[in-house]
Write a protein that binds this ligand. Structure first.
Ligand SMILES: NC(=O)c1ccc[n+]([C@@H]2O[C@H](COP(=O)([O-])OP(=O)(O)OC[C@H]3O[C@@H](n4cnc5c(N)ncnc54)[C@H](OP(=O)(O)O)[C@@H]3O)[C@@H](O)[C@H]2O)c1
Length: 341
């Protein structure tokens, strides 16, 4: 592919939202050691993509401008770099375009590259995609699915395969209609969990159809107070909505209840420190996703078996990537937003 040009969508600096995206023709990247070159079939957007553009992760990301955003991709391997052992040209795969800085410190950098016709992925964050799972269903999984999985299993201690003999856990999932939330509800129901969920009124039936036992409209007083209709106290709250004060969570938590906060701002981090220092039984746990191929493989398997489904909010051609970008910034997706080259 050396010297061949491809269509890509990128930005040259911070800010600008959808209008800051530019359509360009740039060289197809070449796979280096341990990398595979993919012809992309689908890319899913995540709020972190536009948060990086906004400068919310500066000075770490992006590492340089111009930057082609998008990390969650599905496609076909068309070339393998030196040292690649597990993939061959023609394999259908799903990948997360991240760069490992340190496994010990769990530091990963969003490499970007997904809003394009081709992208290079690390073999270590690439997983085969079975024919039963479409490219769009697979591309939706990496950030949203892995965050939901790690929040429930690693942070909230839910056992997804089994756990029937254990005491049932009560879990609240906020923003259950979104990318992370819709996977979290379905995954939680694979364990012995009673799920309470919050979403907007228009999505109540949808979130029930994912398996939630009780659903609250976040715009009602009880919904805003996160109050379980059946009077339950939560063993864990998977907080996917934007920041809320500790005083909203506290009365709803069981004695040893935890808030797993996937959107921690400065006040959540202060609460985290305070609860730790005072040995509080109720804790706030900030969560940062750790990309792991084995977790991604597990999720792809669940989709293949029909145990979890990807719900697609909308699909947009790469030529109209700015529509998908604006939709994500708007914050009202039901499920995942997909871009297709
Ligand atoms: N820490 C990490 O590693 C990590 C990983 C992934 C995501 N995140 C963060 O987690 C957040 C959620 O991500 P996402 O991909 O799920 O976002 P998303 O798909 O954009 O979420 C949109 C959904 O959230 C609902 N919503 C918004 N505010 C709500 C509220 N107060 N209560 C209930 N529902 C609400 C919206 O419903 P309506 O349309 O009805 O308003 C919409 O359906 C983002 O801030 C993202 O950056 C963090």
């Amino acid at each position: 592919m050396a010297g061949k040009l491809m269509h890509a969508v990128r930005y040259d600096g911070y800010g600008g939202g959808a209008a800051g995206l530019k359509h360009v023709e740039i060289p197809v990247p070449a796979p280096k050691n341990g990398e595979v070159l993919l012809k992309l079939e689908a890319t899913s957007l995540n709020p972190v993509d536009w948060k990086i553009q906004k400068g919310m992760l500066r000075p770490f990301l992006p590492r340089k401008f111009p930057f082609v955003p998008g990390t969650d991709v599905a496609g076909e391997v068309i070339e393998i770099g030196p040292g690649v052992k597990n993939f061959n040209a023609g394999d259908k795969v799903v990948a997360m375009l991240n760069h490992t800085v340190s496994d010990q410190l769990h530091l990963y950098l969003n490499n970007g590259g997904g809003l394009a016709e081709f992208a290079v992925a690390k073999e270590s964050l690439t997983v085969k995609r079975p024919a039963e799972v479409s490219a769009a269903e697979a591309a939706a999984l990496p950030i949203a699915g892995l965050t939901a999985l790690q929040a429930l299993t690693d942070s909230a201690g839910v056992k997804l395969d089994g756990g029937a003999s254990e005491k049932q856990k009560n879990i609240l999932i906020t923003a259950a209609s979104g990318g992370v939330g819709h996977y979290a509800v379905q995954l939680a129901k694979l364990g012995n969990v009673h799920v309470t969920a919050t979403c907007g009124a228009r999505n109540i039936e949808f979130v029930k159809s994912l398996g939630a036992d009780e659903v609250l409209d976040y715009k009602t007083p009880d919904g805003a107070a996160l109050k379980s209709p059946s009077g339950r106290k939560y063993d864990a709250i998977i907080q996917c909505a934007s920041a809320m004060p500790w005083s909203t969570f506290e009365p709803n938590l069981s004695d040893n209840g935890k808030v797993i906060d996937i959107t921690p701002g400065p006040s959540a981090l202060a609460t985290f420190a305070l609860k730790k220092l005072t040995f509080s039984k109720k804790q706030l746990v900030p969560l940062l996703l750790i990309p792991k191929a084995q977790n991604l493989e597990y999720l792809v398997g669940l989709v293949k078996e029909g145990k979890v489904k990807t719900v697609i909010d909308s699909k947009h051609p790469l030529s109209k990537a700015e529509d998908a970008w604006a939709k994500s910034i708007d914050g009202h997706a039901t499920g995942k937003i997909i871009v297709e080259p």
